[in-house]
Design a protein around this ligand. Sequence first.
Ligand code: SF4
Ligand code: SF4
Length: 354
Amino acid sequence: MTATNPQSGSSRRGGFDEVHILWISEGMSCDGDTVSVTAASQPAIEDVVTGLVPGLPTVHLHNKVLSPTVGGEEFLAPYRAAARGDIEPFILVIEGSIPNENIHGDGYWTSFGNDPDTGQPLTLNWWIDRLAPRAWAVVAIGTCAAYGGIHAMAGNPTGSMGLADYLGHDFTSAGNLPIVNVPGCPVQPDDFMETLTWVLYHAAGTAPPPPLDDQLRPQWIFGRTVHEGCDRAGYYEQADFAKDYNSPKCQVKIGCWGPVVNCNVPKRGWMGGLGGCPNVGGICIACTMPGFPDKFMPFMDMPPGGSLSSRAIKPYGSFIRRLRGITNATANTEPKWRHNRELLTTGYDPHYRP
Ligand code: SF4
Ligand code: SF4
């Protein structure tokens, strides 16, 4: 479906003092993105909700894992109010892929609270249909919400899809923003918090909209490949490839997709700048990509392009590695005039003595 929004005029421009974040992880989800975000430090989510980040609006966060409320109707109240149009502005964060409830047969694929009149479960799709058109911004956290992810792979029975597949790729929110996708399985915590902070500054009226690429990802985060930020890239250039997972060398021959995957994790690390899949021995399985996982399986086999590129680079890389070995040995030797003998052999010219 393609949703339209009911708001216009000043509400589109921002300048808000307070913003609600309505976060729903009742999609086809493991809640891994919520858990991941608790590790963020640039900024930390607790700093955002406690007002420690200068210039942000006051943030009211509603997330079932991070909520101070016990749950049940107390937790659902702001969602029900927003669906009625009684809360605004709000940012809708969707975690998990969206199943196709047109094909659920007699049951349902997801539920988030019950209909008070009928007692029947309300599906994620029911909530998205009501909340997305009213949301000032809509953010998909994680690859499942962004593109469908693991639940949407070939052979799945639920017809799962990403948020843009559900709402339409040309959807715009009440704040006139496209869907903002922050993929990752799970999302890199600071990637998400940095993006959310940008959206919040935009809501405050102090920043332009975040720049997104054609897959609706933040450009500054997903504009480069894993390979371009990988600690092992020097090995690749010298055609020095790992044969097993204990090696510190380039992993392209043991299944790394880094050269063709948009992700900043090797640069940024996972928590506090540490980690980052290939840097610490994990091949890149392309978890941020719209084609994940089908286009990258079976994992741990050499990617077809990796086979070609590693063969092509072998003559250059092997030759350069040998040359550099010679230069490195030279650079590791001190000049011969540094000695404690009777004679000065530095080449010093006494002509310059005062
Ligand atoms: S391990 Fe992967 S990302 Fe790193 S240099 Fe090798 S191919 Fe590139
Ligand atoms: S480096 Fe690859 S596997 Fe690791 S988070 Fe990025 S896309 Fe996912």
